[in-house]
Design a protein around this ligand. Structure first.
Ligand code: MLT
Length: 411
């Protein structure tokens, strides 16, 4: 009989969002009449922007005619999309990124999950805590950690993100090889000022470390002082890979399109001290294991960069951010301390109680779903996360319900 990859046995439980869905379904079975408002997983509700839909339809029609039909596309993605990204998301904002450095994919989840393939199995990794579970779980699967004990995996450097450090932990004292950073942060909603990112770039350069920078929520930054990309920091091109997604920016969670930037200067060493280009390694990995994103989806994504696409995307983001403002105010009104919700679609709320217990109470008393902070890591205990991705009337209703249920006393 085939033997399993026993590193999977170290994983704590089911994937966080599967666990939440399971608990919500169990509640629904016993309360079929409940009108549940889901503010747990960050899944968009507004339809794709009209410009994307139009491009999508036209591209589907191209697939229907022999003269315009497309088979396999270019491995890194179509140049029309990579060029649009390089110009729209970087060069127009003063950051030099070449289209050749951009890899189109089906999601920042898969890219942040897969990128660790390129590092040695004994690479030392650092993650923030709380953290998007994909970063840690994929390293567990790859055997890069010890067992799970006292709420943490052995062999991993955890960087607690707590109110005492404004959710911006300093780089560790020791040397690590790979650091996962996510800003605007999922789940805390915190944003990283320029001098904070500069600390990390300096750390990575000093220790020959690579920063895996997840910028999936970059489009929600409204403060002009906050960098939108790690490459706004001098020296980052040699040490940072950046992940971006159309999921939250343009409503592509069900359509699937994202991209990863791997600058040509980013290098890693082999056991004999020879340098290798991360760009070449990622190309080798992707061209072996991935066959690209469909042509119509790439056309739909490119439409984000047209003037109409930009206006529509900005309107959708403003809609979600108004949701965030409404809900955040309701929480503040109840006396909860909150971060996020200002440059991020997530609101991180200090409840001071067991976070799965809070999740359950909220579900039962208000029929509102949140994400328990403990699901993101040990330092997430005592917090819950609310997502602003929903319809306005649902957010207003959820705000009314929690204000009624919890007014006067925190649960
Ligand atoms: C979240 O809720 O954290 C995200 O939706 C998860 C994801 O993007 O995969």
């Amino acid at each position: 009989m085939a033997r399993m990859n026993e590193h999977f046995l170290k994983l704590t439980s089911s994937y966080l969002f599967s666990e939440i869905a399971k608990r919500v379904n169990t509640y629904k079975e016993t309360h079929p009449e409940a009108d549940i408002i889901k503010m747990g997983i960050g899944d968009v509700t507004l339809p794709l922007p009209e410009a994307c839909i139009k491009a999508f339809h036209e591209a589907v029609d191209e697939m229907a005619r022999a003269e315009t039909f497309k088979g396999y596309g270019p491995e890194q993605g179509y140049p029309f999309l990579r060029e649009a990204i390089a110009e729209g998301d970087y060069r127009s904002r003063g950051v030099e990124i070449d289209a050749e450095e951009i890899f189109i994919s089906d999601g920042a989840k898969s890219d942040t999950a897969n990128f660790q393939d390129l590092f040695s199995s004994d690479a030392k990794i650092a993650i923030q805590d709380p953290v998007y579970p994909v970063y840690i779980d994929t390293n567990v699967m790859a055997g890069r950690t010890g067992v799970f004990r006292n709420g943490r995996y052995e062999g991993v450097v955890y960087l607690p993100c707590v109110p005492e450090n404004d959710f911006l932990p300093d780089p560790p004292k020791e040397k690590v090889d790979v650091v996962y950073l996510c800003y605007p942060n999922n789940p805390t909603g915190a944003v990283a000022p320029r001098d904070y990112l500069a600390l990390w770039v300096e750390y990575a350069r000093r220790h020959d470390a690579i920063i895996l920078f997840d910028g999936a929520y970059e489009a929600f930054i409204r403060d002009p002082e906050i960098p939108r990309s790690i490459y706004e920091i001098p020296g980052a091109r040699e040490v940072a890979v950046e992940f971006r997604s159309f999921s939250k920016t343009a409503g592509f969670t069900g359509t699937r399109c994202a991209y990863t930037v791997v600058p040509k200067e980013c290098r890693v060493k082999d056991g004999e001290g020879r340098f290798h280009s991360l760009h070449d390694l990622w190309f080798r990995r992707q061209s072996t294991k991935f066959n690209g994103v469909s042509y119509p989806v790439q056309r739909a994504a490119a439409a984000v960069y047209t003037p109409e696409g930009q206006a529509q995307v900005h309107a959708n983001i403003a809609y979600y951010m108004e949701n965030a403002r409404i809900f955040r105010e309701a929480l503040l009104g109840l006396g909860y301390a909150c971060t996020g919700g200002e440059n991020s679609p997530y609101i991180w709320v200090e409840t001071g109680t067991d976070s799965w217990e809070f999740f359950q109470i909220l579900l039962e008393r208000a029929q509102v779903v949140c994400t328990p902070g403990a699901g993101f890591g040990k330092s997430g205990e005592g917090f819950v996360r609310f997502s602003a991705f929903n319809f306005r009337e649902h957010v207003e209703e959820a705000a009314r319900r929690i204000s009624t249920v919890f007014s006067g006393a925190t649960p």
